[in-house]
Each structure stands twice: as structure tokens, then as C-alpha cells.
Design a protein around this ligand. Structure first.
Ligand code: CAA
Length: 382
């Protein structure tokens, strides 16, 4: 593995960092309080090319590496984790699905609009009875001549509230589990798609988490993504890479919380000296920095593997577990260093704690990531 970033990766990171620090960070409290990413922020992210970071130029993408994309998600998440996950689900679950498995007609029709940011993408896999056990989905697809009729309910759909384009998974026969699932591209403005609610969450305010009902949704064969009953491999292929973005999001949250705590510890005085002079605080800062550095290496390594053409199944799960647990540790310690002020909303530290928690849950809980890692470790031995 090379540790030196390429010039275009450095530039992408620098661009994202400047935008995050100058534009996004000053309004991150407003995003959290109003539970909405302002329209002008979305527009600026589109203008920066962040809606198609590693997509081909042919469809309007910036054609950067996956690592460049990971660096962008990290920098954006440092200022606003909600904005980070909006970009993550749009790029590496939606655009990437169509780019990898779509026909050229589908790429011209859907991918171009997604990359321009005219439509925001979402990934419609999870259901009330199928969270970790994703192969247990009950959203039913029935053939009707050349068309498909879909009925069911999807929940926890990040970006669902934008009513853009979704990658929808439905089963032809639930008994077949993962072998009976097809994937479709859905325009969420179509009749038959009903937004039930946007969830009121503990953290990540600003990111839509939506429940969507599908009532006799009629799709044509032009909206089928890949082959019939091949939806599971599409979902797994996408999640294997996208889990690295959750690691990047967690890393961004951890870095932001750490920097605030480091700064505060070097200014706050108690017992006549700066609290950074006490060993209790110094050890906390050292442990926080250690976990951040290790998260960074695991995350960038998994992204680098993807850029070399490998599918980083084990490495993505490892990065996601480690970085999300580190973010939770760092955010909690940051509150402790701030003491009572850390518990007060005006100081903005408790937001890191609320935002960090979900990184241990979505895109596969950390328990499921351990299942995936163990399976990879053992697969060639039996
Ligand atoms: N990559 C590629 N293939 C995989 C895979 C992976 N990570 N994990 C499993 N598979 C393959 C297996 O090799 C197997 O293939 P074969 O049929 O060829 O043998 C097939 O999938 C079925 O595997 P299992 O028998 O192990 O299936 P299972 O049903 O027992 O468990 C699971 C599979 C790994 C637990 C899977 O259900 C899973 O990943 N669950 C988590 C779901 C998830 O991540 N949801 C995220 C929703 S999206 C989201 O959160 C986005 C957001 O909002 C931010």
C-alpha cells in the first residue's frame, strides 16, 4: 500500500475541507436543530462535483478514485455527519449501483441526473421484519406481462424524503431468501410510492430516514437493475464498498470531537493550571488520538484495496467496526473532557455523541460485520 495521496486526491480532500470549515461548520448547529440540510448547501455540493465523485466523466462524474471519495465523506462528516451520510448513500449505494449494474440506457436516463444532483439517490433494502436478516425481505414483486407489480414497505431509507431515485429490492418468492431477490431503479415520484414518514432520530438530524410504502407500484423491464433474481449480489457488492464510507463518516465525527477536546483541554484551567497538564486528561487525549489513527489506516487501506480492483469484504467490515467504535469512544471522552459544558447543547459536543451512535448500527450492525469477518476468515478452511 502506498501512503502518499495522489495530487488529485489531495486536491479533493483540500476542497472538501475548505468547504466543510468555511461553509458547513458554521451552520452545522442550524442543520442539527432544524433537521434539514439547506437547499443552498445541496447546491454548493452539486457545484463541487460531490454528487458523482468516482463516477465516469462520460455521465458527468468527476472520475476520482474511491479513496478521494472517502476523504471527501470524512471531511464533510467532520462538519456535518448528516450531510456526510446523504452524500455516502447517494454516491456509493445509488450512483454506484447503476454505474456497475445498469444498462447504458439506464445510465443515460438515471445516472446523469443523479450525478448532476437533479435527483438524490437512496437504497431501499431494509424492512420492518428484515433488518440484519436482509434476505428475509417480504416486499413482493409479481410479473404482469413485461411489467412488474410491487407491494410492500421499506424503512430506514436514508435520503428517502428527497423523493429522488431509489434502488429497490423485492422478492419473487420469500422462501428462496437471497436467491429470489431482484433489484429495480425507482423514481420515487411515481404513483404507487408513498412516503409514510420521516423518522425523528436521536442524532444525524438533517438526514432523512424514511419509511416508504409501495402500493401496486408498476415498473417496466427497463427499470429492472441487472438480471432477475440477481438483486442479492448487487446489494452485497454495493454494501461491501459502501461500508467503508460509514467508517469515513465515523472518522470525521471522531476527528471533529477530538480537535474540540484538544483545544478545550489546552485552555480550560482548574486547580490553577490547564487541564491538559493533568495526566488523567493527557491519557484520554492519547487514547483518542491512537484510535483515530488506527481507524484512519483501516479505512484508507480498505478504500485503497477497492481502487486496486479488489472487493474489500473483510477490510470494509473491519474498518467500519473499528472506526465506529472509535468515534463512539472519542465522542464520549470529548464530553468528559468538557465536563458539564459537554452536556450542554450550546457547546456542540453532545451532537458528536448522538451522531456517532448510528455508525455502529446502519449499513449492517457491528455484530453483522463480525459475522462477515469470521465468514471470510474461515471460508477457505472448511
Ligand atoms: N459480500 C458478498 N457476498 C456476501 C456477503 C458479503 N459481504 N455476505 C454474504 N454474502 C453471500 C454469501 O457468500 C452467500 O452466497 P452464496 O449463495 O453464493 O453462497 C449469500 O450471500 C448468502 O450468505 P449467508 O448464507 O451468509 O446469508 P445470511 O442470510 O445468513 O446472512 C448477512 C447474510 C451477511 C447477515 C446479510 O444479511 C447482511 O449483510 N445483513 C446486513 C444488512 C445490511 O447491511 N443492511 C444495510 C442496509 S443499507 C443502509 O443501512 C444504508 C443507510 O441507510 C446508511
Amino acid at each position: 500500500m502506498e501512503f502518499e495521496l495522489k495530487p488529485e486526491e489531495k486536491l479533493a480532500q483540500q476542497t472538501a475541507k475548505e468547504f466543510a470549515e468555511k461553509i458547513l461548520k458554521p451552520i452545522s448547529k442550524k442543520i442539527d436543530e432544524e433537521d434539514k440540510i439547506p437547499e443552498e448547501i445541496l447546491q454548493q455540493l452539486k457545484d463541487l462535483g460531490f454528487f458523482g465523485v468516482y463516477m465516469p466523466e462520460e455521465y458527468g462524474g468527476a472520475n476520482l478514485s474511491f479513496l478521494a471519495y472517502i476523504l471527501i465523506v470524512k471531511e464533510i462528516s467532520k462538519a456535518s455527519a448528516a450531510t456526510g451520510v446523504m452524500l455516502a448513500v447517494h454516491n456509493s449505494l445509488t450512483c454506484a449501483s447503476i454505474n456497475r449494474f445498469g444498462t447504458s440506457a439506464q445510465k443515460n436516463k438515471y445516472l446523469k441526473k443523479l450525478i448532476k444532483g437533479e435527483k438524490i439517490g437512496c437504497f431501499m433494502l431494509t424492512e420492518p421484519e428484515a433488518g440484519s436478516d436482509a434476505a428475509n425481505i417480504s416486499t413482493k414483486v409479481e410479473k404482469d406481462g413485461d411489467n412488474y407489480i410491487i407491494n410492500g414497505e421499506k424503512i430506514f431509507v436514508t435520503n428517502g424524503g428527497y423523493k429522488g431515485y431509489g434502488i429497490l429490492f423485492a422478492t419473487h418468492d420469500r422462501v428462496l431468501r437471497h436467491k429470489g431477490i431482484s433489484a429495480f431503479i425507482v423514481d420515487l415520484e411515481k404513483p404507487g410510492v408513498e412516503i409514510i414518514r420521516n423518522e425523528n432520530k436521536m442524532g444525524l438530524h438533517g438526514a432523512y430516514t424514511t419509511a416508504i410504502a409501495l402500493n401496486n407500484l408498476k415498473l417496466s423491464k427497463e427499470e429492472l437493475l441487472g438480471e432477475e433474481k440477481n438483486g442479492w449480489s448487487i446489494a452485497m457488492f454495493l454494501l461491501d464498498a459502501s461500508r467503508v464510507t460509514i467508517a469515513a463518516q465515523a472518522l470525521g465525527i471522531a476527528e471533529a470531537a477530538f480537535e474540540e477536546a484538544l483545544h478545550y483541554a489546552s485552555e480550560r484551567k482548574q486547580f490553577g493550571k490547564k487541564i491538559s497538564e493533568f495526566e488523567a486528561i493527557r491519557f484520554k487525549l492519547a487514547d483518542m488520538a491512537l484510535k483515530i489513527e488506527a481507524s484512519k489506516l483501516l479505512t484508507y487501506h480498505a478504500a485503497w484495496l477497492k481502487d486496486t480492483g479488489k472487493i474489500p469484504i473483510k477490510e470494509a467490515s473491519m474498518a467500519k467496526i473499528f472506526a465506529s467504535e472509535a468515534a463512539n469512544f472519542v465522542a464520549k471522552e470529548a464530553i468528559q473532557i468538557f465536563g458539564g459544558y459537554g452536556y450542554i447543547k450550546d457547546y456542540g459536543i453532545e451532537r458528536f455523541f448522538r451522531d456517532a451512535k448510528v455508525t455502529e448500527i446502519y449499513e449492517g450492525t457491528n455484530e453483522i460485520q463480525r459475522v462477515v469477518i469470521a465468514k471470510e476468515l474461515l471460508k477457505n478452511l472448511s
